[in-house]
Design a protein around this ligand. Structure first.
Ligand SMILES: Cc1cc2nc3c(=O)[nH]c(=O)nc-3n(C[C@H](O)[C@H](O)[C@H](O)COP(=O)(O)O)c2cc1C
Length: 164
């Protein structure tokens, strides 16, 4: 852990004190004798004691020896363990594709935030669609206000077209 902790300290020392620095980890290499969740928890505790603001929990995808069971939210249990055992604000990632799935991860306190990779590449306005589905609101640039769906009249905040 020495190298990444030294990197964290160097970044934390340099970055303005009133701004957060957090770390993204591969919680496991998915290979015997590789990096694992126990190491990740120890590492996260060391980061916490150095003033790390949050931890973003992914997993490794670099070894041909891996046998990963891919499925919706396949990395979330790793985030859940880090959140439960360390208590740092924790971000979950990995095959989170549906708004209700994302909401459940937060609602069940499996993680404090979720992050999207491929789903956002596929649909860059994923958060707008999620907000529409979950009955929430988003800030949209003025140029987009006329695109608000008729059946979602409260989706965009502060629009003059909201009632049309
Ligand atoms: C082929 C592939 C390899 C990846 N390798 C790693 C890795 O070595 N370490 C890591 O932390 N995350 C790795 N990731 C996870 C991504 O960095 C990212 O967190 C993930 O794609 C986000 O989940 P999503 O795209 O399913 O939303 C990998 C993802 C893919 C698709």
């Amino acid at each position: 852990m020495r190298f990444p902790l030294e990197v964290f300290d160097a970044v934390r020392d340099t970055f303005p004190a009133d701004r957060p620095v957090w770390v993204r980890v591969s919680a496991t290499d998915w290979v015997p004798n590789g990096w694992d969740i126990e190491g990740t928890i120890a590492f996260a505790k060391a980061l916490q004691s150095r003033g790390c603001a949050a931890i973003h929990v992914s997993t490794g995808g670099v070894s041909p020896a891996q046998a990963i069971t891919l499925g919706p939210g396949y990395q979330v249990p790793y985030a859940q363990r880090v959140k439960a055992e360390v208590g740092l604000p924790t971000i979950a990632v990995g095959l989170i594709t549906e708004p209700e799935q994302a909401e459940a991860i937060i609602g069940n306190e499996e993680a404090d935030m979720i992050s999207l990779g491929r789903a956002m590449l596929y649909n860059p306005r994923w958060p707008w669609h999620a907000a529409a589905k979950l009955g929430a609101q988003v800030n949209a640039p003025k140029q987009y206000w006329r695109s608000q769906p008729r059946e979602q009249k409260d989706l965009f905040k502060n629009t003059q077209y909201g009632q049309r």
